[in-house]
Design a protein. Structure first.
Length: 262
């Protein structure tokens, strides 16, 4: 278990088959923190309006977050576009969890980070909702295909994790252009606010970039990449790729068991 100052997660998509709730539970067990920021799309009301896939692990995620809040962790929830129904409760605390439309987190080194979900800077989501919904359905199908491919790779003992969704984002020029346009727009808005950096989600693409004088950090997601941001007590902001680190640990344990077997 590691004690860090703050944990930032987004795009969990509870209520969907693609949600990697078990991995998130393991991550939250590993990283204890003073602050827990949930930056949108924690619950996927869009997908749940079509079909609810609420597993027991999804309840465990909710219970673990509530337990951290009761214990005294500062828990702030900033709704995204998939749980936008909760935006009308911005400024209200539900028990020990506060709902906000945005927040400014002052890191231990004094830098100030703007916390948002980010859909406000996605022109498709803002102006063409039906296209966004169609894209969401296609993305979920791609992720489900990816899970099937992952099972086949494990059966064939192919090492490492390969993301079909990530591959598509890297290879489709329009997707790459969208990501960079989004990041630049968010960084520009952050600079206008006189802040040092921004931490967001929305595009399911974990990142740590310097854009001009703005540090841009994206949490990624808990559907495909299983990633988050943590702030350490020495001031470091780190992108944690939990899936990669967990799979590397599993491979090391298997190798150790093979080498120590009689």
């Amino acid at each position: 278990m590691q004690k860090v100052r703050a944990v930032f997660i987004s795009d969990v998509h509870l209520g969907t088959r693609a949600c990697q709730a078990d991995r998130l539970i393991a991550f939250l067990r590993e990283y204890e923190s003073e602050y827990l920021y949930m930056l949108g799309d924690i619950v996927d009301f869009w997908s749940m309006s079509r079909s609810i896939q609420w597993a027991g692990a999804h309840n465990t995620v909710v219970q673990k977050i509530l337990r951290r809040a009761r214990r005294g962790d500062k828990v702030i929830f900033i709704p995204g576009n998939h749980d936008e129904a909760l935006r009308e409760y911005a400024g209200i605390a539900f028990g020990d969890i506060r709902v906000e439309s945005e927040w400014v987190h002052q890191a231990i080194d004094g830098r100030r980070y703007w916390l948002i979900h980010g859909d406000e800077y996605d022109q498709v989501t803002r102006h063409h909702r039906w296209v966004a919904v169609l894209g969401d359905v296609a993305y979920n199908a791609l992720v489900r295909m990816n899970h099937l491919l992952s099972r086949v790779r494990r059966l064939l003992h192919v090492p490492g994790y390969w993301s079909l969704a990530g591959y598509a984002k890297q290879k489709v020029k329009r997707a790459v252009s969208f990501i960079f346009d989004f990041e630049d727009a968010v960084a520009h808005a952050t600079q206008q606010r006189g802040l040092d950096g921004v931490i967001c989600g929305h595009i399911h693409w974990a990142a740590d970039r310097q854009i001009g004088r703005i540090r841009y950090l994206n949490c990624g997601d808990w559907v495909d990449t299983c990633s988050a941001i943590v702030e350490h007590y020495d001031g470091r902001m780190e992108v944690v790729n939990w899936r990669q680190s967990a799979e590397a640990s599993d491979r090391a344990e298997r190798l150790d068991s093979l080498t120590t077997a009689p």
